[in-house]
Design a protein around this ligand. Structure first.
Ligand code: PLP
Length: 248
């Protein structure tokens, strides 16, 4: 649509650099959009600081909080978030429904044309069952949020400790001191990702070699590559020759 987009790098833990962000701002910048928490490695971004920068330059701040909602408490006022997107099924609500929060006073133009439902913000007949399900799911998710997070954090801690103790040549990814609970991303050196998924599945353990959005892809995760993890370690699939040589 003729807009110029600047993409920011992330560091080895997957965090954007606030100085980079500030430097990237020009007098034409109208929007900053930064993921709240990453879906592959769980890293939570410095959202409050980003919100402060956006407010300082009077730029609208949007965050994709799909991975964070139901996993952390989010106060859009305190964090100076102008707009936030969420998806219901990530907190055990129904699939195919989500929400966009837009702060009062932020100009908003509908994405699709047609009817004038939802005060002209989104045309099309509302998915009532989905909307009600989303409301109920978020209610339930927030009710027990602290217990839920503590539980997941304890499980994660145990899991990572044991994996670390039992399996050589692994790399645990993401910002362990600041990530969504229950998200664990590990590189296992020299093991075919698909094979690992299948072997674990047979033992009743569900894992994934990538995000569902890229299922079927065998190239390394762009998230891991952006974090500077070397291509071999980030790879989901090794050439079968390599696998045979090493493990058969
Ligand atoms: C899952 C996810 C999406 C996509 O949402 P869907 O409703 O599953 O398409 C977008 N962003 C993040 C961070 C996610 O985790």
């Amino acid at each position: 649509m003729g807009f110029k987009v600047t993409y920011l790098r992330v560091d080895s833990l997957g965090r954007v650099n606030l100085q980079d962000l500030e430097k990237a701002i020009t007098r034409n910048t109208i929007l900053i959009s930064i993921m709240f928490a990453n879906n592959e490695v769980g890293t939570i971004q410095p959202i409050e600081q980003i919100g402060n920068i956006a407010r300082k330059y009077n730029i609208i701040f949007h965050t994709d909080a799909v991975q964070a909602i139901g996993n952390t408490r989010i106060d859009v006022r305190r964090l100076k978030i102008d707009s936030l997107s969420l998806s219901s099924h990530k907190f055990y609500g129904p699939k195919g429904v989500g929400a966009l929060y837009v702060r009062e006073g932020i100009a908003f133009y509908r994405q699709n044309d047609g009817g004038h439902q939802e005060r002209d913000k989104r045309s099309g007949t509302e998915n009532t069952a989905g909307i009600v399900g989303t409301g109920k799911a978020i209610e339930m998710a927030t009710e027990n949020l602290n217990e839920y997070c503590n539980h997941l954090n304890n499980l994660s801690e145990f899991y990572l400790r044991e994996v670390n103790r039992r399996i050589p040549n692994i790399k645990i990814n993401g910002d362990l001191s600041n990530k969504v609970p229950g998200n664990n991303n590990i590189c296992f050196a020299g093991i075919d990702g698909n094979r690992l998924v299948n072997e674990l599945d047979r033992r009743g353990i569900c894992v994934s070699s990538g995000s569902a959005c890229s299922s079927g892809l065998i190239n390394p995760s762009h998230v891991l590559l952006a974090m500077g993890i070397n291509e071999n370690l980030a790879k989901r699939k090794f050439k079968s020759k390599f696998w045979k040589r090493k493990y058969n």
